[in-house]
Design a protein around this ligand. Structure first.
Ligand code: HEC
Ligand code: HEC
Ligand code: HEC
Ligand code: HEC
Length: 431
C-alpha cells in the first residue's frame, strides 16, 4: 500500500498559510493610518474651532498644519510667497477695471494665513458681506449650524469679525468624533444635492478630493442676502457654468465704458481637475499630491502642510512615478505652454475691450451688433478667467486648459470684429 503523502499535504498547508499571512501583512501595511482602539487623550467637542485642541490627540497632523503659516517659497507659477499678480501682469488692471480685483490681487499661500489675508485685502470694504469669511475659518461650521447659512451671509463682514478667531483648521474637513472627512460647507452640500449626489455615499478616495471642494471651487453670492452658491446646477464644466450664469441673468460687475455684464471666476480647482483630467480618471485625489503620507519614526500620517507639490516632488509624485525628474520637467513644459496661450488670450481680450469702448462711445453705433460684441466679451473673459483664477497654471488638466483658452481667444477676436462692425469701422457682414 502506498503511504498517504502527509508531508506533502503539510507542506502545502504551510505554504497556503504563509501566503495568506503575507497577504494580511501587506494589506495592513497599505491601510491608512488610524488610531485603532486607542482611546482619545482628550474629548474633542463637535465642530471645535480651535485646532490646538484636536492637536493634543493628533500632534503630527497639527504640527504639519502649523507649517503652512510660515511657508514662503516661490515656484515659477505658484508657491507660497505672497506677491502682487497685478504687478506681475499689468494686463489684469485692464481686464478687471471697475472691479475690486484691480485694487489688490495676490498669489495664494498656506491655510493658516487665510484669515489674516482676507482681513488685509483691499477688496474688502464696509459693505462686504460675512460670506467672504466662508472659506477662511474653522469657526464657520459651528456658526453655520447655530445661525444657518442664510443668516450668516446676510451679516456684514465687519459684524462677523468678532466671532471669527481661527484660520482654516481641522473642523473645516473632519468630523470630531469619527475623524472622517466630511462636507462642512452648506453651499457644497446644496450644490451636490442639486446634481442628485449625496457625499455620504462617496468612497474614501472620492472624499480625499471632495473635501477640498468645500473651498477650492467657483462660487457667487446670490441675491440681496449674498447667499453663497456654487453654479453647478447644469454641471461643472465651464460651458455648464456659463450657461447657468446666463440663465440667472447674473453679473459680478459692469465693465466701465464698454458696459459688458461681467463674471469674475474664483478658484475652480475642483471643477477643473474633475473635468476628466488624466490624474482624476486614474483615480488620483487632491490629497495624494498635496497631502502625501509622511513618516515620523513608526508613525505614518498625511502631511497637513498643504502647498505646491513642486517643493517636495519625491514624496508628492514619487509615490506613483519612478522618474520624478521627468514628471516635474513635464509640469514646467505644460505650465509654460499654458502661460503663453493665456497671455495671447489676454491680449485678444484687451483689444476687444478697446474696440467695444470705442463703439459704445459712438452715437451712430449699431446697437444690436454692439450687444453681440458685449456678449462675446463676457463669454471670452469668463473662460480665460476660469483658467487664470485656477491655481495650477493648467497642470491639473492640461488639455482642458488649452481647449478653454483657445475658445477664449477665438471669442475675444469675434467680440473685437463685432465691435468694429458696430462702430462702422469694418462693414457689417450678413451671416
Ligand atoms: C497629480 C498631482 C496633483 C493633484 C491630483 C492635484 N494637484 Fe494641485 N497642484 C499640483 C501641481 C504640480 C501644482 C503646481 C504647483 C506650482 O506651480 O508650484 C498644483 C497647484 C495647486 C494649487 C496652487 C498651489 C500654489 O503653489 O499656489 C492649488 C490651490 C491646488 N493645486 C489645489 C488642488 C486641488 C483642490 C486639487 C483637487 C481638486 C488638486 N490640487 C489636485 C499637483 C496636483
Ligand atoms: C476651508 C476652506 C479650504 C479648504 C477645505 C481647503 N482649502 Fe486650500 N486654501 C484655502 C484658502 C482660502 C487658501 C489661500 C490662503 C491664503 O492665500 O491666505 C488656500 C490655499 C491652498 C493652497 C496654496 C498653498 C500655498 O502655500 O501656496 C493649496 C495647495 C491648497 N489650498 C490645497 C488644498 C487642498 C488639496 C485641499 C483639500 C485637501 C484644500 N486646499 C482644502 C481654503 C481651503
Ligand atoms: C483641508 C482639509 C483638512 C484639514 C484642515 C485637516 N485635515 Fe486631517 N486629513 C485631511 C485629509 C484629506 C486626510 C486624509 C484622509 C484619508 O486618507 O481618508 C486627513 C487625515 C487625517 C487623519 C487620519 C490619519 C492621517 O494622517 O492620514 C487625522 C488623524 C487627521 N487628518 C487629523 C487632523 C487634525 C488634528 C487637523 C487639525 C489640526 C486636521 N486633520 C486638519 C484633510 C484635512
Ligand atoms: C496616486 C498616484 C499618482 C501621483 C501621486 C501622481 N501621479 Fe502623475 N500619473 C498617475 C497616473 C496613474 C498617470 C497616468 C499614467 C498612464 O496612464 O500611463 C499619471 C500621469 C502623469 C503624467 C502624464 C500625463 C499625461 O497626460 O500624459 C504626468 C506629467 C504626471 N503624471 C505628473 C505628475 C506629477 C508632477 C506628480 C506630483 C505632483 C504626480 N504626477 C503625482 C499617478 C499619479
Amino acid at each position: 500500500m502506498k503511504k498517504f503523502p502527509w508531508t506533502l499535504i503539510l507542506a502545502g498547508i504551510t505554504l497556503v498559510l504563509a501566503i495568506a499571512l503575507i497577504g494580511v501583512l501587506l494589506y495592513l501595511k497599505n491601510q491608512p493610518p488610524v488610531r485603532r482602539g486607542i482611546a482619545p487623550l482628550v474629548e474633542i467637542a463637535s465642530m471645535e474651532a480651535d485646532s490646538a485642541k484636536w492637536g493634543e490627540n493628533f500632534p503630527n497632523q497639527y504640527a504639519s498644519l502649523l507649517k503652512t503659516a510660515a511657508n514662503d517659497t516661490k515656484t515659477t507659477y505658484g508657491g507660497s510667497l505672497k506677491y502682487s499678480k497685478l504687478e506681475a501682469d499689468p494686463r489684469l488692471l485692464i481686464l478687471f477695471a471697475g472691479y475690486p480685483f484691480s485694487k489688490e490681487y495676490n498669489e495664494d499661500r498656506g491655510h493658516l494665513n487665510a484669515l489674516a489675508d482676507v482681513r488685509a485685502i483691499k477688496r474688502i470694504n464696509e459693505k462686504s458681506p460675512a460670506t467672504c469669511y466662508s472659506c477662511k475659518s474653522s469657526d464657520n461650521p459651528k456658526l453655520w449650524s447655530e445661525m444657518g447659512m442664510a443668516a450668516y451671509d446676510k451679516t456684514l463682514f465687519s459684524d462677523m469679525t468678532p466671532k471669527i478667531n481661527n484660520s482654516i483648521g481641522c473642523a473645516n474637513c473632519h468630523e470630531a468624533d469619527t475623524m472622517r472627512l466630511i462636507v462642512t460647507n452648506p453651499a457644497l452640500e446644496e450644490a451636490l444635492k442639486a446634481q442628485g449626489k449625496d457625499w455620504r455615499s462617496f468612497t474614501r478616495q472620492e472624499m480625499r478630493t471632495v473635501v477640498c471642494a468645500n473651498c477650492h471651487v467657483e462660487y457667487y453670492f446670490a441675491g440681496e442676502g449674498k447667499y453663497l452658491t456654487f453654479p453647478w446646477e447644469k454641471g461643472t464644466r465651464i460651458e455648464n457654468i456659463a450657461a447657468y450664469y446666463q440663465e440667472e441673468g447674473f453679473k459680478d460687475w459692469e465693465y466701465p465704458d464698454a458696459k459688458t455684464p461681467m463674471i469674475k471666476m474664483q478658484h475652480p480647482e475642483y471643477e477643473f481637475y474633475t473635468a476628466d483630467s488624466t490624474h482624476y480618471k486614474a483615480g488620483v485625489a487632491c490629497a495624494d499630491c498635496h497631502m502625501p503620507y509622511t513618516r515620523d519614526g513608526a508613525a505614518k500620517y498625511s502631511s497637513h502642510d498643504v502647498h505646491s507639490p513642486l517643493l517636495n516632488p519625491e514624496v508628492a509624485c514619487g509615490q506613483c512615478h519612478t522618474d520624478v525628474a521627468y514628471v516635474t520637467a513635464r509640469v514646467g513644459t505644460i505650465q509654460q505652454q499654458v502661460s503663453t496661450t493665456m497671455l495671447a488670450a489676454e491680449d485678444a481680450l484687451v483689444e476687444a475691450i478697446d474696440a467695444i469702448k470705442a463703439a459704445a462711445a459712438s452715437s451712430t453705433a449699431n446697437a444690436a451688433a454692439l450687444d453681440e460684441a458685449r456678449q462675446l466679451h463676457r463669454e471670452a473673459q469668463l473662460r480665460w478667467d476660469f483658467i487664470a483664477a485656477e491655481n495650477s497654471m493648467g497642470f491639473h488638466n492640461p488639455e482642458e486648459a488649452l481647449r478653454i483658452l483657445a475658445d477664449a481667444t477665438n471669442l475675444a477676436r469675434q467680440a473685437q470684429i463685432k465691435a468694429l462692425q458696430a462702430a462702422g469701422t469694418v462693414a457689417l457682414l450678413n451671416r
